[in-house]
Design a binder for this molecule. Structure first.
Ligand SMILES: Cc1cc2nc3c(=O)[nH]c(=O)nc-3n(C[C@H](O)[C@H](O)[C@H](O)COP(=O)(O)O)c2cc1C
Length: 202
């Protein structure tokens, strides 16, 4: 069986920049033998993390149980079963989209962080060696965006690490919003496809 790659779309626009980039990256992974799943966060019922930290109290590598019964459990199951990830969010107000942040906070189940005992959360997935491709898009040219708005790349890389990725590549697409129907040009689509191939191999 091929490697399983899960793509997570943290954009609000279907067929927009991030969605197209994730689609093409997953196509690249499939071209290299992987099976892929795409998750649109906008289609999921994801409660806000309420900081109760019930999920962080038990030691061990197994993720903690969340007090909420919503779509996050199924997303977490797919994350656990995956060998690699594509994580995408545009830069909105210098950070990931609100829906991506909502998803990220719920990943605290992957931390062991008992009350009063340790100050820094210990990652339960530290021994894993998965791959990830993180993708963002913004208004200035990509090279400039990387310098003046590095936040989203940092946030998505942290997210990838929390879910067990160590080998992480990044794509930063710039000058994207040109009109209401802006999508990625062929050059960038090809770039996303080629980058996705990396996830299909061991
Ligand atoms: C609410 C909002 C905030 C944004 N903030 C930024 C920003 O801080 N910096 C930037 O370069 N672009 C910003 N943009 C532009 C988006 O990053 C850009 O349109 C994005 O690439 C669109 O991706 P999508 O097609 O997947 O939605 C913002 C757009 C919106 C709607």
């Amino acid at each position: 069986m091929g490697r399983k790659i899960v793509g997570i779309v943290g954009s609000y626009r279907k067929d927009g920049i991030i969605d197209s980039a994730v689609t093409n990256a997953l196509e690249g992974a499939r071209a290299n033998g992987a099976e892929t799943v795409k998750i649109y966060l906008t289609e999921k019922n994801i409660e806000f993390c309420n900081n109760c930290r019930t999920c962080t109290q038990q030691p061990g590598d197994k993720r903690g149980s969340c007090v909420y019964d919503d779509d996050m459990e199924d997303i977490l199951r797919q994350i656990d079963e995956a060998d690699g990830y594509v994580l995408g969010s545009p830069v909105n107000f210098g950070t990931v989209t609100a829906i991506t942040k909502r998803f990220m906070e719920r990943l605290v189940v992957y931390a062991y962080w008992p009350w009063g005992k340790i100050t820094v959360p210990k990652l339960r997935n530290a021994a894993q060696n998965k791959k990830a491709l993180v993708i963002t898009s913004a208004t200035p040219p990509g090279w400039m965006g990387r310098i003046i708005m590095p936040g989203v790349v940092k946030q998505l890389k942290t997210t990838a690490k929390v879910i067990g990725a160590k080998r992480i590549k990044c794509l930063y697409f710039g000058m994207t919003p040109k009109n209401p129907d802006s999508t990625l040009n062929d050059k960038y689509l090809h770039k996303a496809f080629e980058a996705g191939k990396y996830l299909g191999s061991n």
